[in-house]
Design a protein around this ligand. Structure first.
Ligand SMILES: C[S@@+](CC[C@H](N)C(=O)[O-])C[C@H]1O[C@@H](n2cnc3c(N)ncnc32)[C@H](O)[C@@H]1O
Length: 317
């Protein structure tokens, strides 16, 4: 069978029931099987597949008709312009989470500007809007913690984007040992495994057990915790293939953010001089409730995603 025949055979299979990205998916999966870029497939339609390649391709197409996310089939997903290894132990990184990463980088820049240091504008992975920390020796005395790290896409992106900054510490926590194994693998892939400490446990608890000596007075905590309701999970044919532990946030989706609020409140009472900025990804319907959950904080701001929906809560303690 040739490339063009394989694609022509696959398209209709993916269109029943319709998958919006049927053409793209068929090409991505074939490109994965042949280990060639998509453009190469289109430029070489008469090239023949071996028997083994045909079998592998048919197997992947069958899984895709069952709505297994493409990233689980190709074992890769791009996040903030970088490739991440992905498998069934972790949530597939979402583009809306890149907005939260942008927000964190913006606040890092503000922290530095507030100290009167000069920013050095360079282009970033997804936008040229923001200045970046590009000069060797820039200093930002702070600890950045990613709670519910999953594939590690958030903390690894931050470690890469802030790679030239001194005095930064990075932690990534997750309750799932499978997720932590994937995050470590991705950290090695991007050369930041020595920079990030990985911790297993419930939300911030392993961090609080680990850090005894609070020399650093500035914490940035980034959390994309499970925030979907069981009904939302049930409604989506692709989401149900992802780990429940990464998705289900209880009856109103906010169970984990409530627990996180309790942990942060206790910490804040014990260490009132440590400044904490918390960044949480939320469902657009949850902004009112999240403001209430963190009403004990100094300030809660809601930021919108590119579609104009409430998506990130920024909480200052
Ligand atoms: C929505 S996923 C986010 C993954 C990744 N940060 C991202 O943005 O793609 C939530 C993650 O939180 C983890 N998680 C769930 N309950 C947790 C808990 N009690 N403590 C720490 N992590 C938890 C899950 O294992 C999962 O990896």
């Amino acid at each position: 069978m040739t490339i063009s025949q394989a694609l022509i055979k696959a398209y209709p299979k993916l269109q029943v029931p319709p998958i919006n990205s049927a053409y793209l998916d068929a090409e991505l999966l074939l490109s994965d099987v042949l280990k060639k870029p998509r453009e190469w497939l289109l430029a070489n339609p008469a090239e023949r597949l071996t028997k083994k390649q045909t079998e592998k391709y048919n197997e992947l197409i069958l899984k895709r008709t069952r709505r297994v996310p493409i990233a689980y089939l190709t074992r890769e997903k791009e996040f903030y312009g970088r490739p991440f290894y992905i498998d069934e132990r972790v949530l597939v990184p979402r583009p809306e989470t890149e907005i939260m990463v942008e927000e964190v980088l913006c606040h890092c820049e503000e922290s530095r500007a507030a100290r009167g240091d000069k920013a050095i504008p360079v282009s970033s992975a997804i936008t040229t809007r923001l200045p970046r920390f590009a000069a060797k020796g820039d200093s930002l005395a702070m600890t950045i913690v990613d709670v519910g790290t999953g594939s590690g896409c958030i903390i690894i992106t931050l470690a890469k984007e802030l790679q030239y900054c001194k005095n930064l510490k990075f932690f990534a926590a997750d309750i799932s040992s499978g997720a932590l194994a994937v995050a470590r693998q991705n950290a090695r892939l991007h050369g930041v495994d020595k920079k990030i400490k990985f911790l297993r446990g419930n939300l911030l608890r392993p961090l609080f057990l680990k850090i005894k000596n609070y020399k650093i007075k500035n914490f940035f905590i980034v959390a994309n915790l499970p925030y979907l309701t069981p009904a939302q999970i049930q409604q989506s044919p692709t989401i149900k293939h992802e780990p429940k532990l990464a998705l289900n946030g209880g009856a109103d989706g906010l169970k984990y953010y409530r627990q996180l609020a309790v942990q942060l409140r206790q910490f804040n009472i014990k260490y009132p001089n440590i400044s904490i900025s918390l960044f949480c990804e939320i469902d657009p319907t949850q902004s009112k409730k999240i403001k209430k959950i963190f009403s004990f904080a100094k300030k809660v701001m809601i930021k919108k995603d590119l579609a104009g929906r409430d998506r990130t809560a920024v909480v200052k303690f």
